[in-house]
Design a protein around this ligand. Structure first.
Ligand SMILES: [Zn+2]
Length: 332
């Protein structure tokens, strides 16, 4: 790349990081019950030459750990002397939830429903506000890292607005096995950041409370590929197949209660009507077959054998040709 313009300094929480330097910053966000300050750990890697500013965030849900490890691994690859632009890394956005491996804050609030937040609201709202002011406001791109919740496991997937050309380009660069079109939810970091003009990818992979090596490796390579596609890094990365774009997904639910045995693997292609699980009673008798309601790929499934009627068993992504969908996208 020929862009060797000198970058500018970045200031986070009153700490200025000059071009070609990296710095760790602790941003106080709350006085907690012990009377001490709790802080948000932030690392700024400010490249010597100019380029985009990208934030990486993880553990906005405090029990979702794969993203924390992805941020740690990506940071090891980044050298401010060779980086064009800057990376602002926040591996633990919800420190209070992370401490107790809880999705929520201690008052049961979901931080990812508290954005953009306010300086005088709940703890979640204040933390969201701080993140928006210090991190999002000086970034043009964000990658927010999650896992499945509720004892479910996800195949590595990007959730993004694929009707937005800039977002689609980054999702394609990331090359997760699947990219699921998803509208942003009220109060989410993704929605609040988009309102400020940022391009945001949400990565969801693996399960809560655990490290999943495939989810971590795919995520780490995906983030590095995305930074490379933005012109921030040089070098070659492991090859990966192009992502599959998905517009429709549906959960297959249990029609009865009992003990579920799932017979399909994450990523497996299934046909509508195919038996994907069996639910039987406490003695293993009277099994009921659970059938796929779509033809497509298994992108998530429950990890819990105990099910009540209505519980989600498996999430199927319906096969859609991206090119076939193109005219419909344009008409929107
Ligand atoms: Zn999450």
């Amino acid at each position: 790349m020929s862009d060797t313009r000198r970058n500018e300094a970045i200031t986070v929480g009153g700490v200025t990081v000059r071009p070609g330097r990296r710095s760790r910053i602790q941003l106080p966000f709350a006085k907690v019950a012990t009377g001490s300050d709790d802080t948000l750990p932030v690392a700024v890697i400010n490249g010597r030459s100019s380029g985009p500013h990208v934030w990486l965030s993880a553990a906005i849900h405090g029990d979702e750990l794969n993203g924390v490890e992805i941020v740690r691994r990506v940071m090891r690859h980044l050298d401010p002397k060779n980086l064009r632009g800057a990376v602002i890394a926040v591996p633990i956005v919800n420190p209070l939830g992370f401490m107790i491996e809880s999705r929520y804050l201690p008052d049961r609030r979901d931080l990812n429903r508290a954005f953009p937040g306010s300086s005088r609201g709940s703890t979640a709202s204040r933390l969201a506000h701080l993140f928006m002011e210090q991190i999002v406001a000086q970034s043009s791109v964000g990658i927010d890292l999650h896992t499945a919740s509720n004892h479910r496991i996800n195949i590595p997937q990007i959730r993004a607005d694929i009707d937005d050309a800039a977002t689609l380009k980054l999702a394609r660069a990331f090359r997760a096995p699947f990219t699921i079109h998803a509208k942003a939810r009220d109060g989410s970091l993704r929605q609040a950041a988009r309102e400020l003009g940022a391009t945001v990818l949400v990565y969801e992979a693996g399960q809560a409370h655990r490290f999943d090596s495939a989810a971590i490796e795919t995520g780490t390579a995906g983030v590095l590929r995305t930074l490379t596609s933005l012109g921030m890094l040089d070098g070659r990365l492991p090859r990966a197949k192009p992502t599959r774009l998905i517009r429709h997904t549906r959960w297959v639910r249990a029609r009865r209660g009992g003990l579920a045995e799932i017979n399909v693997k994450l990523g497996q292609h299934v046909e509508e009507g195919e038996h994907i699980a069996a639910i039987s009673d406490a003695f293993g008798s009277r099994p009921t077959q659970v059938k796929a309601t779509e033809t497509g790929w298994i992108i998530a499934q429950t990890q819990r054998p105990l099910v009540n009627s209505g519980d989600a068993i498996a999430h199927i992504a319906r096969e859609t040709g991206p090119d076939k969908d193109e005219p419909a996208e344009r008409r929107r």
